[in-house]
Design a protein around this ligand. Structure first.
Ligand code: NAP
Length: 264
């Protein structure tokens, strides 16, 4: 990731853990239990955002991390587009740190572009957070190749290491322009909704699942890994958490990756 950093090949999404746009507190214990189960199973790359459950998802992650070693984890959070002015970025990051009960965020992303705020202003706040040790790496999310190019041009000393975008074996728009551009610029693509929110449908997946003795979801996630993207499936059910980990440690043949690339 970037010219120097490393990132796991698979992560854990957390959207809808602890609520959607608003917090939902009634299932806190269940969510903490499922996050801790994920950590026990070995998930270390955790994706969240200030937007998720209006901050409550970050709170649950902070609570679930108790007893685990923070340094073993790689936590990604994101600043919402209404907080992209300089001071607002700093304050948003401080609130996220507090909720996560940590003194640094590993990767901090602009959640969505906001054309009303000059990208230079936001990037300079993100760089300030890196200089202060409150963030290790910076990046963006939902940026097109040209928006990413502008963001890269707006940095002064720290590189943009990641762009998190919607990308699955069914929705391959990212492959047209973004993936080649990102690769050339040492920007890692992080793939969100990699399982199409549990509604993955592509006939070729069934054929390949039987060929490799894997599940369709594992084939779909492995495809993204073969494309050098980092999928971050969200799962709360233990069987889903386990199944998704089975996407790692093996590889589809190149020919099958090409077939999936062309499959509609
Ligand atoms: P997703 O990961 O494609 O799908 C999550 C859904 O699939 C959940 O309902 C989950 O169920 C189910 N699931 C997980 N593993 C499964 C399996 N092996 N078999 C069957 N069902 C399975 O969708 P997503 O949550 O939209 O995306 C993943 C993460 O990306 C988010 O959680 C979030 O962290 C991030 N994201 C970022 C953005 C952005 O703008 N940057 C936008 C959307 C998402 P259970 O929970 O019941 O296990």
């Amino acid at each position: 990731m970037g010219k120097t950093g490393k990132i796991d090949v698979l992560g854990l999404g957390t959207w809808r853990i602890g609520g959607g746009e608003k917090p939902y507190y009634s299932d806190d214990e269940l969510y903490i239990k499922s996050l801790r189960k994920a950590f026990e199973l070995g998930y270390r790359l955790i994706d969240t955002a200030e937007y998720y459950a209006d901050g409550h998802t970050e709170e649950l992650i902070g609570q679930a991390l108790k007893g685990f070693s923070r340094r073993d984890f790689f936590i990604t959070s994101k600043v919402w587009p209404n907080h992209l002015h300089y001071d607002d970025v700093i304050k948003a990051a401080e609130r996220s740190l507090k909720r996560l009960q940590t003194d640094y965020i590993d990767l901090y992303l602009i959640h969505w572009p906001n054309p009303e705020v000059p990208i230079e202003e936001t990037m300079s706040a993100l760089e300030r957070l890196v200089d202060d040790g409150r963030v290790r790496f910076i990046g963006v999310s939902n940026f097109s190749a040209s928006q990413l190019q502008e963001a890269i041009a707006a940095t002064r000393k720290h590189e943009i290491v990641a762009n998190q975008v919607r990308y699955s074996v069914v929705d391959k728009k990212a492959e047209v322009e973004l993936l080649p551009f990102a690769r050339k610029n040492h920007v890692r693509v992080i793939a969100y909704s990699p399982l199409e929110r549990g509604r993955l449908e592509l006939p070729l997946l069934r054929e390949l699942a039987s060929k490799y003795g894997r599940t369709e979801n594992q084939i779909a996630l492995n495809y993204l890994i073969c494309k050098e993207a980092v999928p971050i499936p969200k799962a709360t059910k233990e069987e889903h958490l386990i199944e998704n980990l089975g996407a790692v440690g093996w590889r589809l043949d190149e020919g099958d990756v090409d077939r999936l690339s062309r499959a509609k």
